[in-house]
Design a protein around this ligand. Structure first.
Ligand SMILES: C[S@@+](CC[C@H](N)C(=O)[O-])C[C@H]1O[C@@H](n2cnc3c(N)ncnc32)[C@H](O)[C@@H]1O
Length: 447
């Protein structure tokens, strides 16, 4: 048997068992891993190879480890770690109480750089009672993670000070100090299989799942999104990377737009309703409300008496939202652009366009469009908030503050329980808390 005969059946098995798919650009890597698997297993036919891989965990592990990319480094995307430190952890501790034992999961944790970064951050915040779990499908990589020895490449971007605090140098390797190493436990976990059947210990307050789902097909992403949601405590948060597929297209997450991209939350049942009341048991939300509609099952967009210029012709905005819900940001943006050319006075369509532009990383264009939205409908508090966030990301603090103050005064003019137009059911009272938290973030707590 040649490797070529086995490529398609092995690709199908790997997709079924792990969710991983192989576009043209990764076919060469697949061919070489299949050739190695034939060599290792001595299988004589493609069918025999597939049966072996399916039945012998070690054989599949070996293949999968060769097929997965284990690139990572400490504090990758530092802005997300700062968001966790400044906003997400305080939010959880306010809601759950200061004695709450935080539980953080890094799934697709590669060599441990991500979960150890989480443990270091918790140490820096004197939250060392917390639990951090690193999980991955690759057992050799998990073994490397447990050893907690790293090369300089995994520590790029960190300071000498940081290195001497948390590592002991051994030649050209850096050994993590035991007090941090011992705080992280590692477990095998396949994102393409039921988490709890695989022994995942309980639910988590925060899940990092970054750069693991990028090679999954749509069905596997959908299934993994549901599993991630199920592994999250109520009120919990999920961090993904900018290049990861949107999870909210596949499971009923609430999406939260932040300066570091979209975060996802599990807000269920009463949690969301109570959070609408400032005096309710859920403490002040620090993140802005979802600007993109949460994915299916969706609540209808509750727009109370929209000002005539804000609403789009029926059908057009719905189509844009549908595409965005399905995770097709580029298509949704194209649809929003086409639709807003047809109806240039629709603030709703321009607003959706701005949200999508921002999603696509085009903040400058998003800012221009949001200004236009506010010109068309000066009452749209959500557009003022979105403008504030976009301008902050662009480094325009003065403009950002001005927009946030405008969002504040627009929302304050409405009764606390009233739903704001185009805000996906968000009520004025909760919206105000969000804006205030954003103002405080902007002014370093002085607002
Ligand atoms: C590129 S690394 C990402 C590391 C880290 N999260 C980061 O962003 O720096 C991707 C990791 O996902 C893991 N992975 C791939 N498929 C997986 C699956 N089905 N279940 C769990 N982990 C998987 C790979 O083994 C690899 O270690």
């Amino acid at each position: 048997m040649s490797a070529a005969d086995a490529i398609e059946p092995v690709a199908a098995l790997v997709a079924r068992r792990t969710g991983l798919v192989f576009p043209e650009s990764r076919r060469e890597a697949l061919a070489s891993a299949v050739a190695n698997a034939i060599e290792r297993t001595k299988a004589r036919t493609a069918a025999e190879l597939v049966a072996l891989l399916d039945a012998v965990p070690d054989a599949l592990d070996h293949l999968v480890s060769e097929l997965t990319v284990h690139e990572s480094y400490f504090f990758r995307y530092p802005g997300q770690f700062e968001l966790l430190r400044r906003t997400v952890l305080p939010e959880i501790l306010r809601r759950r109480g200061p004695d709450h034992r935080l539980r953080l999961l890094s799934v697709g944790c590669a060599g441990g750089e991500e979960p150890y970064s989480l443990a270091i951050l918790l140490d820096q915040e004197n939250l060392s009672r917390s639990l951090v779990t690193g999980a991955d499908i690759s057992r050799p990589t998990l073994a490397r993670a447990k050893a907690a020895t790293f090369g300089r490449w995994s520590l790029r971007g960190t300071s000498e000070d940081f290195l001497s605090t948390y590592f002991r140098r051994e030649g050209d390797r850096y050994q993590l100090i035991p007090s941090i190493r011992d705080r992280v436990s590692f477990t095998y976990l396949n994102l393409a299989d039921d988490f709890f059947r695989q022994g995942l210990p309980g639910r988590f307050d925060v899940i990092f799942c970054r750069n693991a789902l990028i090679y999954f097909d749509a069905a596997a992403i959908a299934a993994a999104a549901g599993r991630i949601l199920s592994a999250l405590d109520e009120g919990g948060w999920v961090f993904t990377a900018a290049s990861d597929p949107p999870l909210s297209a596949h499971a009923p997450f609430a999406t939260v737009m932040t300066e570091e991209g979209l975060l996802y939350r599990r807000l269920e049942g009463t949690a969301r309703e109570e959070a609408a009341q400032p005096s309710g048991p859920i403490a002040e939300p620090l993140a802005p409300p979802p600007l993109l509609p949460p994915a299916r099952p969706r609540r209808p967009v509750a727009v109370r008496e929209p000002a005539p210029p804000a609403s789009a012709p029926p059908g057009l905005a719905a189509r844009v939202r549908e595409l965005a819900d399905a995770g097709n940001v580029a298509e949704a943006l194209a649809a929003a652009e086409a639709a807003s050319r047809l109806t240039p006075d629709s603030a709703e369509l321009h607003y959706l366009r701005a949200v999508l532009l921002s999603e696509a990383g085009r903040d400058r264009d998003a800012a221009d469009v949001l200004r236009r939205v506010l010109y068309l409908d000066g009452q749209l508090a959500v557009a003022a908030l979105a403008l504030g966030l976009v301008l902050r990301r662009l480094g325009d603090r003065t403009g950002s503050k001005r927009a946030l103050i405008r969002a504040r005064s627009l929302a304050a003019a409405r009764p606390a329980g009233e739903q704001l137009p185009l805000a996906d059911g968000e009520v004025s009272g909760r919206f105000l808390l969000t804006v205030d938290a954003q103002l405080r973030l902007l002014t370093g707590g002085k607002a």
